[in-house]
Write a protein that binds this ligand. Structure first.
Ligand code: ZN
Length: 247
């Protein structure tokens, strides 16, 4: 006896209500499959395909619209919030969190032909971020100290890379480490020191509401780590640059 299959087997792939998967889910599935981390302060630009950022902007705007509705704001009647969802989506993806979705600005490095090995500092560089815990601003200043190695980059490039790294949701300690990694990758200095002094709006605007509190942290690598006099020189130069600001 041979069994016969029923002549019509319902196909699983055709479901009348099958909607395309949200773009964010497709991207997350791709990142998971590749074993790539996508924490709040990771950059995922290499894993986005053409046109996906635009699709993401539409999806995020839809979610922000729902958030406003959940906050019981009548976005259909309120002319002030009518287009807030679109503005917020654009702001997150292309401005304040652009360091997640956009590639690092092109930064060329050059050979250190004169074999410069004196330290120099650049700062203050304005840094703007948002805390990962509350998504409210972190605003501050950053100083970078370099003891050059075989390659050098232009002074303005430090601002560009700092802006790109900080334009993600962060905690300050990790932001400084990520910035240090990027600068080391760009110009392989013999020594690198970074100091960041920032105000956190999750402490100023909400919570304990301490308007004057700031957080200061630093990282020292290479020669700055092994030579205490070099490290002291960096902090002294930063102090001088700060004094110049207040005069
Ligand atoms: Zn916070």
């Amino acid at each position: 006896m041979t069994s016969t299959l029923p002549s019509s087997i319902p196909s699983l792939s055709i479901t009348p209500d099958s909607a395309p998967l949200p773009i964010s889910l497709r991207i997350r599935e791709r990142l998971d499959a590749a074993g790539v981390a996508y924490l709040a302060n990771d950059n995922i630009a290499d894993h986005l395909r053409d046109g996906e950022l635009e699709q993401l902007e539409i999806e995020v705007a839809g979610k922000v619209r729902e958030l406003l509705r959940s906050l019981v704001i009548d976005i259909d009647k309120d002319h002030n919030t009518e287009e807030t969802a679109e503005r917020v989506a654009r702001m997150y993806l292309h401005e304040v969190f652009k360091g997640r979705y956009h590639e690092q600005p092109k930064i060329a490095s050059f050979p250190n032909v004169k074999k410069l090995d004196e330290i120099y500092t650049v700062g203050p560089i304005t840094v703007r971020s948002a805390c990962s815990h509350h998504l409210v601003p972190i605003l501050g200043n950053c100083w970078i100290g370099i003891k050059p190695g075989d390659r050098v980059i232009g002074l303005s490039k430090f601002s560009r890379v700092a802006d790109w790294v900080f334009s993600r949701p962060h905690i300050q300690e990790e932001a400084v480490m990520i910035l240090a990694d990027e600068i080391e990758r760009l110009c392989e200095p013999q020594g690198l020191a970074i100091l960041v002094k920032a105000q956190h709006y999750c402490m100023k605007w909400r919570g304990v509401k301490e308007p004057q509190t700031s957080m200061v942290n630093s990282v020292v690598r290479g020669d700055f780590r092994i030579d205490p006099s070099l490290k002291a020189e960096f902090f002294e130069l930063v102090k001088q640059q700060e004094c110049m600001l207040s005069t």
